[in-house]
Design a protein around this ligand. Structure first.
Ligand code: CTP
Length: 379
């Protein structure tokens, strides 16, 4: 129900097809109210003989949520004795199955086989979440994933092969934390929002995304593979390992530039004189890992500046050997750390400059990925 509502709110035209089992749980009228469109369930009734063909042809994607164990069995064996299974056979757009069932049913060898076969047939099957199941049934795999997770998968299913599809993309996000002692650290205000928005949008566009996350203030996307790196040194190590396979690197993280030279193994006690903390430079990650880049890959950096933004960003572009740099100006209203919006300027290796209007970080991510796709097409 919430999925139909979310999709309708997002601007989709949602046609709901209900199985007999579904109608025992929810009334068709409720779905009509949510989607503003008639609900379908008849396959052989007068005036409905071609419904399965028309519905399947018109849909840009078919989503079955929840997909029960029985449905998986029938769908993978090509049944077509109700409207939903008939639609599946008549569809040539992507089909997304969202299984939800008891954990023992999910783990049964027959269900495992059906899921494997569904994937072989080209259906996209989302793994269920782990957690509390129906009353008295304890906890285990089988729960319907969160709305955000399913919506992300639907977004990816709706994309039509852009230049990022199938490409391997590495995105860093958030702040690193450099220890002063076991309880204190040096860090910065990076929230990770911009990097996460880029990772999500690239995943939706079909890229194979790894998000290297420092400390972030927002939830990490469940659809994306995340590697944690809490210090600049750890982030360097992760990039050393992952960069050779990456077609694109987007370095949106704010790694610390300095760290305490000799972090204390024990908590520094407050009694006595306040300590002075000697700092040393961390690695410039983009520079130190430059030798690990894949030939022909697209490398994107960010620049956070308070003054002489364009000139400073151009210097960074050159010194860090980047294809594109995204300039943010610190202290500008609606821009920079923690906000949901950003106003950026894109500067490219070949000297182009694009001033992008103030917009949501999710939209900035789309603009940036459009530019990255253009660069990839030229490679
Ligand atoms: N960066 C990096 N390693 C660091 C610090 C930054 O790879 N230790 C990356 C950032 O992720 C960003 C780019 O370098 O993509 C520019 O970061 P920025 O903080 O703007 O510049 P710095 O190189 O740190 O230079 P300065 O702080 O002097 O402006």
């Amino acid at each position: 129900m919430w999925l139909a509502r979310l999709l309708t709110q997002a601007g989709a035209e949602v046609d709901v097809v209900m199985t007999r089992a579904a109608r025992e749980f929810v009334g068709a009228v409720t779905f009509e109210a949510v989607t503003g469109r008639p609900v379908h369930h008849e396959i052989f009734g007068a005036g409905h003989a071609l419904d399965h063909i028309t519905l399947a042809r018109e849909a840009h994607t078919l989503v079955v949520a929840p997909a029960t164990a029985d449905f998986l069995a029938r769908a993978t064996h090509g049944h077509a004795d109700d409207l939903l299974t008939a639609c599946l056979l008549a569809a040539d757009s992507p089909v997304l199955l969202v299984p939800a069932m008891n954990d023992r049913m999910w783990n049964h060898a027959q269900t495992r086989r059906n899921v494997a076969q569904a994937r072989e047939l080209g259906y996209r099957v989302i793994d269920p979440d782990e957690g509390p199941l129906a009353v008295g049934e304890g906890s285990g795999p089988g729960r319907m994933p969160e709305p955000d997770h399913i919506m992300a998968h639907i977004g990816r299913a709706l994309e039509r092969g852009g230049a990022l599809a199938g490409k391997s993309l590495l995105v860093t996000a958030g702040a690193t934390r450099e220890a002063i002692d076991p309880v204190r650290f040096i860090s910065n205000h990076s929230s990770g929002k911009m990097g996460i928005a880029i990772a999500r949008a690239a995943w939706r566009r079909g890229a194979d995304v790894t998000l290297v996350a420092g400390h972030v203030d927002v939830p990490l996307p469940s659809e994306i593979f995340v590697v944690h790196a809490s210090t600049a040194a750890e982030m360097t190590t992760v990039l050393e390992e992952k960069l050779p396979a990456a077609d694109v690197l987007v370095m949106a993280a704010a790694p610390a530039d300095f760290r305490p030279a000799a972090p204390d193994a024990q908590k520094i006690k407050k009694k006595g004189a306040a300590p002075s903390i000697a700092l040393e430079h961390t690695d410039d990650i983009l520079r130190t890992t430059a030798g690990r880049r894949k030939t022909g890959s697209v490398i994107v950096g960010f620049a956070l500046e308070t003054n002489d933004g364009v000139a400073n960003a151009r210097t960074k572009l050159k010194e860090k050997d980047l294809d594109l740099i995204v300039l943010n100006t610190a202290g500008e209203a609606g821009s920079g750390f923690g906000t949901d919006t950003n106003r950026v300027t894109l500067l490219s290796r070949d000297g182009e400059q694009e001033d992008v209007a103030l917009m949501a970080k999710t939209d900035v991510a789309e603009v940036l990925l459009d530019r990255i796709e253009t660069l990839l097409r030229g490679r």
